[in-house]
Write a protein that binds this ligand. Structure first.
Ligand SMILES: [Zn+2]
Length: 400
């Protein structure tokens, strides 16, 4: 490549129901720039995509003209359902995208390889790398937003399951005769505690909750989390998402109380539930981590040439939020306790370690990616990756 490792960047993209964000992340996990735009729910499939490309182009221009750095891949975190690496996305909160071929379209538009996954996977990677689960090899990440989703990290590896659907805590039953869920069952957590369900139940948006609804939502999440901890031998749960974080202490206290009440077997006694710690940087850092992880698994896949160059005046289309003066990988709004002081800057650490290793595990089922362009390679993808997890991942980030 001839590209100095210090200069390489991941373009991180987070796609939600109310806004889309894009940012520039160094391979050490510094978010050095970002921008965002509100989602127009009345937009067509193509208009929404064009808006997204506008954000990414804005970041590409900034990377080149302002930071003089070289983007090498795009990482995308998106609400589900979706297939591996956002090949096809049908976000429940973006009805205009139904089986939308996001990966192929984005690669064609900006000529960079695209990797991605669910918002909950993104949260797990970010919090495990730099946030509340830093240095932890076993934890559950839960997003309580307009929908409820989750991701499991066991023995340092992100658990994906036969079809990539592992971690769907939204479909753990918490009310046996409860509301009908989108999956067809009754009383799933998603049907009782998601932002969409709260609005359907109360007639008010989840941004205007009563004390009772905040407490009930916490109780139900705590219930599902307790069963998951009992099942999987976990004692740490990191919870993010606008609904959970918006409900704040009332939610977290109720959830912790339910977790205490229902996790009584020896291995889960004392299990803790803690808010995601990376704040509004989390989704972009997680998306960037998805990009890094994809690079390790698949290498720099060839992509079509750019259909056109980004133009500077396109930058006016979007609403730049700010320029993040990222200071190392320090976490801004700290939560009281310090997670095990392992791995200073373990890159997508031990979590994404799965990238280079799982191909050897359940070989054929290592991923369900149908395209398989270069996915048969189990090589640690990026040549001369400066921060390959390597062995312990402890000092992996040194940009040698
Ligand atoms: Zn369900």
């Amino acid at each position: 490549m001839g590209v100095n490792a210090d200069r390489r960047l991941i373009v991180a993209v987070d796609i939600g129901g109310t806004r889309m964000s894009a940012g520039l992340m160094t391979l050490r996990g510094d978010l050095i720039d970002r921008t965002q735009a509100p989602v127009d729910q009345a937009a067509s499939e193509h208009e929404l995509f064009d808006a997204l490309v506008g954000l990414v182009d804005d970041m590409l221009v900034r990377a080149d003209e302002h930071h003089h750095l070289d983007p090498i891949a795009i990482g995308v975190g998106c609400a589900g359902p979706l297939t591996a690496d956002v090949e096809s996305v049908s976000p429940a909160n973006l009805s205009m995208w139904h089986h939308f071929p996001l990966r192929a379209r984005l690669e064609a538009a900006v000529s960079l390889p695209v990797y991605g996954g669910l918002d909950a996977t993104s949260l797990a990677l970010a919090e495990g790398w730099l946030g509340a689960a830093q240095g932890r090899s076993n934890f559950l990440a839960v997003v309580v937003s307009s929908g409820v989703s989750g991701a499991i990290v066991l023995d340092g590896q992100l658990v994906e399951g036969a079809t990539g659907g592992a971690g769907q805590i939204g479909h753990v039953v918490v009310e046996p005769n409860g509301r009908r869920c989108s999956c067809g069952a009754r009383g799933c957590l998603d049907a009782e505690a998601s932002g969409r369900s709260i609005e359907a139940i109360t007639g008010r948006p989840p941004t205007e909750p009563s004390y009772e609804i905040m407490q009930r939502t916490g109780e139900l999440v705590g219930r599902a989390v307790a069963s998951s901890c009992n099942l999987l031998d976990l004692d740490l749960v990191v919870v993010g998402g606008q609904v959970a974080l918006g409900f704040g202490a009332t939610f977290f206290n109720a959830a912790q109380a339910a977790l205490d009440r229902h996790s009584r077997v020896e291995h889960t006694r004392g299990a803790r539930l803690t808010p995601a710690r990376l704040g509004d940087r989390g989704p972009l850092l997680g998306a960037g981590a998805l990009g890094l992880r994809g690079l390790r698994r698949q290498g720099l896949r060839p992509v079509p040439p750019r259909r056109r160059a980004p133009e500077a005046d396109e930058m006016d289309q979007v609403d730049r939020v700010d320029q993040v003066a990222a200071d190392g990988v320090e976490v801004a709004d700290g939560v009281a306790e310090t997670p095990a002081p392992v791995a200073p800057v373990a890159p997508v650490a031990p979590v994404a370690h799965v990238a280079a290793t799982d191909a050897g595990g359940v070989a054929g089922a290592a991923d369900s990616r149908p395209s398989g362009a270069a996915s048969s390679s189990s090589e640690p993808a990026v040549p001369a990756q400066p921060d390959e997890p390597g062995t312990s991942g402890a000092s992996g980030a040194s940009p040698a």
